[in-house]
Design a protein around this ligand. Structure first.
Ligand code: ADP
Length: 634
């Protein structure tokens, strides 16, 4: 039962620990599958970017170099132009015009020839004819003429990008002028753009393919991991029925196999500890001793059914409460005192009531191998009966001593008196001797009764049952008491008491198996008491109920006070001590009667009204015989 509690607690803890399901987006972002795909794509993108940047840069450089070579003026042309420039004059200019016009092609958009004085001498573009003879305002041309160094530059205007190449014209060591060549780079850049576009498209395609491929690859990696996760959750919930699927013999496959082994081992050890727990549970619940286990602070953690019954408390109400309180010792001890002292003690439950129970509590610490105290166990043993028996035994010994001392004292007193000379008195001496004899006889009776009881207590008295007709048995017994005339041995010795015995036995045969000697002793004792305790005589009514064995013996005597009714069957108990002693009673007759009736499986009890008489009842187990049995008997 406390195992259920522990199980509930565990489940609650498990439920507490498990986080709620995150949103789909968060799960996607945080999933390994997405991370692997993203890393894969980013790596691919970075690689493509680096290669692309390097490649386009290289291609651009090569294209520009190639273009530069394409527009480079051939030496023969520059030589011709130098010759014409040195000649000077209009025809030279015309010739130069002719040369550059001839040389112009689709790529070259403009050629100018400038002499050493910066005067434009020839232009390839017809629209610029009027500029011939004018001073060139181009700083670069002037620089080339001054330095004699060829210059190539790329310019960008609204009309597009152009490459300008200015080549100095030299005659011997003299710089005679320069040729200015301007070529549109539109084609070059168009080509570059086309290639870049192709590259970009290919890159995008590669990224898409890579994304799909990486999704598949990462899925292949994460699927076993996801299955492992699901399996782990199931195992944590105590479900060991499914196994992780092994897809391959790689590390993940090996991890899956290891997990399956682990889960099988957990299941086995769980089963073991579960059966161990069940065994402990059943041992504890079937124990006749109460068991309470506490944590190290002394708060109750386990309580078996017996302990609950003993202490009249439900386990649910006791769990987590200090053991000192649960045992009802809260005022005298703390739980820590109880478990650290480890001494045995007695706990009284329902003290002062009829349900009073005395429990022997012994404490033992639960220690781990390290010596750390993790709790304590308290075993409760019901010692009520034992203590009661011990008390009764003490009381009995004291009663016996007391009962014997009184007559012995009186006997000694009489003997002393006789010894001191009373024996010489012919009147007193016989009286003293008679009393001494009576007391001695009473003591003998008492000792005999005690021996009978002692034999019964030891179980040494065996019943010797025989089948008798109880109605006849009681009838014969009463015949002996009929009209008994007895001398009252009390106050008035000369008084005689006459008693009438009224029989109401019916004539139905009640066959029963009894030890007749013993049962005779019982009825004798009750009859004698009825006579003894009825000083004024009277009628004793003996009734036997038909169809069952219930014998009642009623007298019209002193009666028994209500408070004593339950006790008169106790050893040495007398309602009226003086009278009983005076009557030579031992106080053991009814105790013996009770033992005998109980040994027969019956019951004996009394009812009385003080001053009006008493009724004693004896009931015995009786099974009416059917006719067949009676015929058998005959
Ligand atoms: P005793 O030897 O004293 O009679 P018993 O065991 O026979 O011892 O009886 C116990 C006590 O019960 C007696 O001392 C007496 O006080 C009381 N008792 C028994 N029978 C009767 C009775 N019929 N009427 C009144 N008191 C009785």
């Amino acid at each position: 039962m406390w195992m259920d509690l522990m199980e509930k607690e565990k489940k609650a803890k498990r439920a507490k620990k498990r986080p709620g399901k995150p949103g789909l987006m968060r799960r996607l972002v945080s999933s390994i599958q997405t991370k692997i795909a993203l890393i894969f794509m980013l790596l691919l993108l970075a690689t493509i970017e680096i290669i692309g940047a390097y490649f386009t840069r290289q291609m651009e450089q090569t294209s520009i170099d190639n273009f530069q070579t394409t527009i480079q003026l051939q030496t023969i042309v520059t030589d011709q132009l130098t010759n014409q420039l040195v000649k000077n004059g209009k025809s030279a200019d015309r010739k130069m015009n002719q040369i550059i016009t001839d040389y112009s092609n689709d790529a070259i958009s403009e050629i100018q020839v400038v002499d050493s004085k910066n005067v434009i001498r020839a232009v390839s573009n017809l629209n610029d004819k009027n500029r011939v003879g004018q001073l060139s305002n181009n700083g670069d041309i002037r620089e080339v003429i001054n330095t004699g160094q060829q210059k190539t530059l790329v310019t960008s205007t609204q009309k597009g990008s152009f490459m300008v190449q200015i080549v100095p014209l030299t005659s011997g060591t003299n710089i005679v002028g320069a040729v200015y060549v301007k070529a549109s780079m539109a084609d070059v850049f168009n080509n570059l753009r086309n290639v870049s576009m192709m590259f970009l498209t290919a890159s995008l395609l590669a990224v898409v393919v890579a994304a799909i491929a990486s999704m598949f690859i990462s899925r292949a990696i994460t699927r076993p991991i996801e299955e492992l996760r699901q399996q782990a959750i199931q195992v944590a919930d105590g479900d060991y029925s499914t196994q992780v699927k092994i897809y391959s013999n790689d590390e993940l496959g090996q991890l899956g196999a290891a997990f399956n082994t682990l889960s099988a081992k957990i299941e086995r050890s769980n089963e073991q500890s579960e059966s161990e727990r069940r065994r402990l549970d059943s041992v504890l619940s079937h124990m006749t001793d109460g068991v309470i286990a506490t944590d190290r602070h002394g708060n109750v953690s386990i309580m078996n059914q017996m302990a609950q019954d003993f202490l009249n408390i439900k386990a649910d109400d006791a769990i987590n409460r200090p053991i000192s309180q649960v045992l009802g010792l809260g005022e005298e001890y703390t739980s820590q005192d109880l478990i650290s002292n480890q001494s045995d003690m007695q706990v009284t439950v329902n003290a002062g009531t009829d349900d009073e129970m005395i429990l022997h509590a012994s404490f033992t610490l639960i220690k781990r191998v390290t010596g750390f105290v993790s709790g304590a166990v308290c075993v409760l043993h019901d010692v009520t009966e034992q203590i009661k028996n011990e008390d009764e035994q003490r009381q009995f010994v004291s009663n016996v001593s007391h009962e014997l001392r009184t007559p012995l004292t009186s006997v000694r007193a009489y003997i002393e008196a006789l010894n001191e000379g009373a024996w010489k008195d012919p009147e007193i001496a016989p009286q003293f001797l008679e009393v001494t004899q009576k007391e001695t006889e009473r003591m003998i009776r008492m000792v005999n009764d005690l021996l009978v009881l002692s034999r019964m207590d030891r179980g040494a008295t065996k019943l010797e049952p025989e089948w008798v007709n109880f109605t006849d048995f009681v009838g014969h017994l009463l015949n002996r008491f009929d009209m008994i005339v007895e001398h009252d041995q009390g106050e008035a010795q000369s008084d005689t008491k006459e008693y009438a015995i009224k029989r109401d036995l019916g004539n139905q045969a009640l066959w029963v198996e009894i030890d007749t000697d013993q049962m005779m002793r019982v009825i004798d004792n009750i009859m004698n008491n009825a006579i003894k305790y009825s000083p004024d005589g009277g009628t004793i009514t003996v009734r036997l109920t038909q169809n069952q064995i219930l014998l009642s013996i009623s007298d019209q005597g002193l009666g028994i006070p209500r408070k004593d009714l339950g006790k008169i069957f106790d050893r040495f108990y007398r309602a009226d001590k003086a009278r009983s002693r005076a009557q030579g009673g031992t106080g053991l007759g009814l105790a013996i009667a009770k033992e005998i009736v109980t040994a027969h499986g019956g019951r004996i009890w009394a009812d009385s009204r003080e001053g009006h008489g008493s009724t004693f009842y004896i009931s015995l187990p009786y099974e009416p015989m059917d006719e067949e049995d009676e015929w058998d008997e005959v």
